[in-house]
Design a protein around this ligand. Structure first.
Ligand code: SAM
Length: 206
């Protein structure tokens, strides 16, 4: 059962800012510098869509963006964003159900994989992997546990909060890195944020 953030759409950005300051934003903005001119981009789980405005600051035009979001309310907020003269197609569906023959230059998954479990991540990963062209870039930001107790406590609290509010049934982080290794990606850049609790990585499909 895919998660649904509808119940939190109205205050999600304010809430995440309260917990993490600008770390959630900075960790994603760091990756946007790797987007080439004129790229064809798939964004999955972009939430309220502020990322579109950050992308537009760097690329006011020339991009083709497909924005896939499972939450109808998040998608509605994203549609209202300023994305300049870039072409954006919004798809309000779980990515697993999007049958799209496009081969993208760039895939962006900002805090998407923390919604999946070891049992469900493989299917969604492979689905997106098939949409990336050879030499394409996958810009991935997500939480990670580096052995610190406060990280485990914070992650558990977040899962509990979203389980109550949004009926999200995930309770632990899946292993994201091993999927990129398994499907032939090379890590070309990375940066940690918020006491290493957040990792932003640029992967290239080789
Ligand atoms: C943790 S939120 C992150 C939102 C945004 N990236 C941010 O950083 O503010 C995860 C987002 O992924 C979306 N999502 C979860 N599962 C999805 C799926 N299977 N397909 C598409 N979107 C999904 C949720 O609706 C939610 O907006």
């Amino acid at each position: 059962m895919p998660s649904n953030y509808d119940n939190s759409a109205g205050f999600y950005d304010r809430l995440s800012r309260l917990f993490f300051g600008r770390a959630l934003i900075n960790s994603q903005v760091y990756l946007l510098n790797y987007i080439p001119e004129g790229a064809n981009i798939l964004i999955v789980g972009g939430g309220t869509g502020w990322i579109l405005e950050k992308i537009t600051k760097l690329h006011p035009s020339g991009l083709s963006i497909t924005y896939v979001e499972i939450s109808a309310k998040m998608t509605a907020l994203a549609r209202r964003r300023n994305y300049g003269a870039n072409a954006v197609v919004f798809i309000n569906k779980p990515i697993e159900e999007v049958e799209d023959m496009t081969l993208y230059d760039v895939i962006i998954t900002p805090f998407l994989f923390d919604n999946f479990t070891e049992a469900t991540i493989e299917n969604v990963f492979v689905h997106m992997h098939r949409s990336l062209r050879p030499e394409g870039l996958w810009l991935c930001t997500d939480f990670q546990l580096t052995g610190k107790l406060w990280q485990r406590v914070l992650l558990k609290s977040m899962y509990y909060f979203f389980r109550v509010l949004c009926r999200i049934d995930t309770t632990s982080m899946p292993d994201i890195e091993s999927r990129f290794v398994k499907y032939g990606y090379k890590k070309t850049a990375d940066k940690a944020f918020f006491g290493e609790f957040i990792m932003s990585t640029v992967y290239r499909l080789i």
